[in-house]
Design a protein around this ligand. Structure first.
Ligand code: SAM
Length: 470
């Protein structure tokens, strides 16, 4: 019988939905391990034991998988940013389709459905247009006995499972080299001046987050420093220093937030340099380009080039035509709504965030789109009034990771849209919602297409087409 502390050699046969290696022992007992890949034979140390599974740490690889590759990042294995850098990209793609298949079968109860490989991202490094780094007074250290810096100051990403602990990142390959340079410069600037990181535990400190928005088509770079409050002389000194050192910065904002919660959003914004937002371009397969104004707190798909592929798939899947009236629920800054407006006769986007809706309205004007309308509302409330969806024959859904509210899924299950395109960044909640939507017999799944928006992470985007059964 395995117990905590035991070391065991095991074959890794699979990855679970969180990207952990899976080993099945002959008696059916399952071990999940970090930093292992399918095909490895590894020595594992049991860290936690439950009745039918255990969690283990990797001690050593005894014989490596053929799909194992060298991770590029020096922080790999500790940082929670991109945990699958050690797995061949082609294998990552197959894994992502398997995650969707498993969710659809196990959670949704949909058997025998064909799931193609996830659509690959052309860039597997430096693909993110947005990065959020945290300041912390609780730096992650290699060993617990390691002596802490006297000021214990870190700027970087979280260590999985230790949410207050931050890896003091010297490099990050997710956005751009300049992002890492500004990160290091900012850390040095504030450390030199002995400025403290905010701690929600101690309820004191100043620096909270450093957020970057870097566009791919327009090459704009917005830096948003989130602090507890506004310290004008210090922030003006930082603005002068960082914009002088990095002329590539087009916009610099200081947002302030005195909230206890660790959410990288400000309550007040001070635009210190530039216009205070970025502009990104999305090219549609129809040949048309759409420009998007993106405010610091608005949602915008994080991998721009892959978002173009995702949106093309949405448009193609829904077979949108001039005769269509389409409803785009959870529309964010209106990316899908505006692209749909080039195909459908009329499109309405609905979204909860006022800032996103205000950006969506600006974006429609900016692109001279006349056949789109935007409403700021909670979707559950919006669907309570049947008049709000009367006359629409196609529906697009793109909710956050938590998926649809059960009442929203129930409401949709009673409707009869000709086609529903459900885009999701979480196949588990998507499968749960689809099961409810299809439960009244009004809809059937006709197509699924996973898309890889986030190489080296276990996240997968999935587009599902539902056709109405007449
Ligand atoms: C995945 S994003 C979709 C963005 C958009 N479709 C795009 O591709 O740019 C999900 C959006 O749902 C919005 N949202 C979250 N909860 C909501 C709710 N209860 N009602 C309406 N919108 C909500 C968020 O503000 C966010 O913009």
């Amino acid at each position: 019988m395995i117990k905590k502390g035991d070391e065991i050699t095991a074959d890794i046969s699979d990855l679970n939905s969180e990207g952990k290696g899976v080993s099945r022992l002959p008696d059916g007992f399952v071990i999940f391990s970090e930093n292992t890949v399918p095909g490895d034979k590894a020595l594992l140390k049991i860290k936690r034991k439950k009745s039918n599974y255990a969690e283990a740490a990797l001690v050593k690889i005894e014989s490596p998988s053929q799909d194992r590759v060298n991770p590029r990042c020096i922080h790999f294995g500790i940082c929670g940013g991109c945990k699958m850098q050690n797995l061949d990209y082609g294998r990552q793609i197959r894994y992502k389709s398997d995650v969707v298949k498993d969710a659809m079968e196990r959670i949704g109860g949909f058997k025998n459905i064909f799931i193609p490989d996830a659509v690959k991202s052309d860039n597997i490094y430096y693909y993110r247009n947005k990065m959020e780094f945290s300041f912390s007074d609780d730096e992650w250290k290699e060993s617990v006995t390691e002596v802490k810096d006297e000021d214990n100051f870190a700027l970087g990403l979280h260590v999985p499972k230790f949410h207050s602990k931050i890896v003091d990142l010297k490099e990050c390959h997710l956005q751009s080299e300049i992002t890492s340079e500004i990160l290091n410069f900012t850390r040095a600037f504030f450390k030199e001046r002995k400025v403290t990181a905010y701690s929600s535990f101690k309820q004191s400190g100043f620096l909270r987050f450093l957020i970057f928005r870097k566009t791919s088509a327009t090459n704009e770079l917005l830096v948003n420093l989130i602090t507890y409050d506004y310290n004008e002389p210090l922030i003006k000194e930082y603005t002068k220093a960082v914009t002088h050192k990095f002329p590539q910065i087009t916009d610099l904002i200081n947002s302030t937030s005195a909230k206890l919660s660790r959410v990288a959003a400000g309550e007040k914004e001070y635009v210190l340099f530039g216009k205070g937002y970025v502009t990104e371009i999305i090219r549609s397969r129809t040949g048309r380009e759409y420009k998007f104004l993106i405010s610091p707190q608005s949602f915008f798909q994080t991998n721009t080039l892959q978002a173009e592929k995702l949106f093309d798939i949405v448009i193609e899947t829904g077979d949108f035509r001039e005769s269509d009236k389409a409803l785009d629920l959870y529309c964010g800054t209106g990316a899908i709504t505006l692209l749909l407006s080039g195909k459908a006769g009329f499109v309405k986007g609905v979204e909860l965030s006022e800032e996103s809706i205000s950006d969506a309205i600006k974006n429609a004007k900016f692109n001279n789109v006349k056949n789109a309308e935007f409403i700021c509302s909670d979707i559950k409330k919006y669907l309570e009034n049947p008049e709000n969806h009367e006359g629409f024959n196609k529906l697009v859904l793109d909710p956050p990771r938590s998926g649809l509210h059960p009442e929203v899924s129930e409401k949709i299950s009673e409707t009869k849209f000709e086609k529903i395109v459900y885009v999701s960044c979480n196949p588990h909640t998507q499968a749960r919602d689809l099961q409810i939507i299809c439960s009244k017999g009004n809809y059937k799944i006709s197509r699924l297409q996973p898309v890889d928006m986030f190489p080296h992470t276990y996240h997968v985007e999935n587009v599902v087409l539902l056709d109405c059964i007449e």
